[in-house]
Design a protein around this ligand. Structure first.
Ligand code: NAP
Ligand code: ZN
Length: 368
């Protein structure tokens, strides 16, 4: 039995947790940069709560609210330059995975005057600024991961960077902040969280410890499945989704993801499919491809979800993602070769070749 286990984030979970624990912020310095999306901070109520807490603690702040979905290197470079010029002491990321991931890049760029592409070196002269993470989606688990996924227009793909220093120092998880989410984003992001748990559980790097979190996350998703399918998503369900998303983040912090994410990135880059939805389109086929190598775990996933078969799981995912997509032969070739370069290929339960990725894509999508 061998494992390493580390989550370097202090997590506060529950209604009003930011206000109740705002003293946690006091030690990070005199000036904060809030990094958020165009609307998520405001719509969720988290931005108001954070600025109120900072004012009560007499901490200065500036707000950068121009983070794009699937933030690009150019986007985080812009925010990073401002953070450097304004000499901020710490960063507060508020939003879905996009602003949270961006806040990690900004925390590095605020104290390292490097070319943004050098973020992918994963080693920095100066230690990144402390990060406070406040998720407003229940999906990525970025609030407890050491990863930041950025869009690289130079190579036309998404790529992650990170090391243990970009784990957020503190995370405030309050399901009230997810109540303003539209149904489609609620579903897409919940699928992302499930995908993290499933990919982590079936991953070559899974350990006895990461499995505890994965099994719990899959089971909690199973408890929410009918509500997600029927759009009956009350506060109690939102709390469960936020909890399972956090667990999913803790899983991939140790295992990384698999080709579901590797093949999902080009679907997002070229076709604009939201991140979680792209994973949802691919997950059943991923389990089918790997079934013999992970039979016990795959069966356990179905049992935890209370789903009878992989085919039934596929139908449920199809209903949840609710998107028809056809790809050309050229797109399939491009996406498969892009997926094959993803570092998770080595972690896939079975050896996987580009031709297997082509087959997976052809099984999922109509080809024209
Ligand atoms: P997102 O891109 O952060 O947000 C999706 C949409 O939801 C945006 O339009 C956003 O608005 C809106 N939104 C967010 N919270 C809202 C709220 N409470 N009320 C109303 N609207 C809200 O989506 P995400 O799925 O959470 O994050 C996806 C990103 O995370 C991808 O780049 C993905 O690669 C990355 N990711 C990271 C990790 C990791 O470990 N770091 C893991 C998986 C995925 P605004 O535009 O106004 O913000
Ligand atoms: Zn993901």
């Amino acid at each position: 039995m061998q494992f390493k286990f580390r989550i370097a984030t202090k997590v506060f979970f529950g209604e009003g947790c930011l206000n109740k624990n705002k003293s946690e912020i006091a030690g990070f310095g005199k000036k904060c940069m809030i990094v958020t999306g165009r609307s998520s901070g405001k719509k969720s109520g988290a931005l108001d709560d954070m600025t109120k807490a900072l004012e009560e603690l007499s901490i200065d702040y500036i707000i950068y609210d121009k983070i794009e979905n699937n933030p690009s290197l150019e986007n985080v470079a812009d925010a990073g330059k401002i953070a450097r010029e304004e000499k901020v002491d710490f960063i507060a990321g508020i939003g879905g995975g996009s602003p949270l991931d961006a806040s990690k890049a900004v925390a590095v760029l605020a104290v390292n005057d490097i070319q943004p592409v050098e973020l992918f070196n994963n080693a920095f002269d100066n230690r990144p600024l402390p990060i406070i993470a406040i998720p407003t989606t229940a999906g990525t688990g970025s609030e407890v991961t050491p990863y930041s996924i950025l869009t690289r227009n130079d190579i036309k793909n998404k790529m992650s960077f990170g090391n243990d220093d970009i784990f957020p120092a503190v995370a405030f998880l309050d399901a009230r902040y997810t109540e303003s989410l539209p149904y489609s984003v609620t579903v897409d992001t919940a699928i992302d969280a499930l995908s993290h748990a499933v990919e982590g559980y079936t991953n070559k790097r899974s350990t006895i410890m990461s499995d505890i979190f994965a099994v719990e996350a899959i089971s909690v998703f199973g408890e929410c499945l009918d509500n997600l399918l029927t759009n009956k998503i009350d506060y109690r369900i939102r709390e469960k989704l936020l909890y399972m998303a956090m667990l999913g983040g803790m899983v991939i912090s140790h295992t990384g993801t698999t080709i579901v994410h590797g093949l999902g990135y080009p679907l997002t880059y070229y076709k604009g499919i939201p991140h979680g939805r792209a994973n949802g389109m691919l997950m059943a086929e991923y389990l089918k491809f790997n079934y013999e190598a992970i039979k016990d775990k795959a069966d356990n996933i179905l049992r935890l979800l209370r789903v009878g078969s992989l085919d039934e799981f596929g139908k449920i995912m199809k209903k949840l993602v609710n998107t028809e997509l056809s790809l050309s032969e050229d797109e399939i070739t491009l996406f498969a070769s892009t997926g094959a370069k993803h570092r998770s290929v080595a972690q896939n339960p079975r050896d996987i070749a580009v031709s297997d990725m082509v087959s997976i894509l052809k099984n999922v999508f109509k080809v024209w």
